[in-house]
Design a protein around this ligand. Structure first.
Ligand code: AMP
Length: 186
């Protein structure tokens, strides 16, 4: 069985942690564009050097660059075999359309929205201390989420793929809720 998922949520909603729980449950590939970009910044690749300032400011890296890295990653064996959970992608309508285009007939099983209120994600981000978690960076990312990413949820909702999961509670509570919701859609 191939399982193809997208996990959504504001930054700080616990997407990354829950994506790992999904990986452990279904054996799928974890495709996190944020992790891929941070690795490129660390390795000082040409893409990493370009992305560094954009990420630090909390802005979005260009759609063409991101669509290119995701298209390549989706062709690797672990993603075409067991499947994948996309974490942090797509974040714009352009990216969502590009994704459906690369997948062709290999339809997504579900798009999960891990729902955590704004005040809670802001507090969580302030306490995790990542390089781009400055007050301005956090505010900018939350703003972009509403402007650019919220419409992507509506896009998937119209396609009947959206599954909203309450992201409040312990990691275990959220994980069991999430896995139960995914199983209903497979
Ligand atoms: P994340 O770890 O998903 O919060 O991503 C960290 C940063 O990487 C974001 O604030 C963006 O600057 C950049 N980034 C990650 N994924 C994307 C994407 N799909 N589109 C554009 N920029 C992205």
């Amino acid at each position: 069985m191939t399982v193809r998922l997208v996990i959504f949520g504001r930054q700080g909603a616990g997407k990354g942690t829950q994506a790992v729980n999904i990986v452990n449950t279904y054996g799928v590939a974890h495709i996190s564009t944020g992790d891929m970009l941070r690795a490129a910044v660390k390795a000082e690749t040409p893409m990493g050097l370009k992305a560094k300032a954009v990420m630090r400011a909390g802005n979005l890296v260009g759609d063409d660059i991101i669509n290119g890295i995701v298209a390549e990653r989706l062709q690797e064996d672990d993603a075409t075999g067991p499947g994948f959970v996309l974490d942090g992608y797509p974040r714009t309508i352009n990216q969502a359309e590009a994704l459906l285009d690369f997948l062709g007939d290999n339809h997504l099983d579900a798009v999960i929205d891990l729902d955590v209120p704004l005040e809670e994600v802001t507090a969580r981000m302030k306490s995790r201390g990542r390089a781009d978690d400055t007050d301005d960076g956090i505010a900018r990312r939350l703003d972009l989420y509403e402007q650019e990413t919220r419409p992507v949820l509506d896009f998937f909702k119209e396609k009947g793929l959206l599954v909203t999961v309450d992201g409040l509670g312990t990691e275990e509570e959220v994980s069991s809720r999430l896995i139960a919701a995914i199983n209903e859609h497979l």
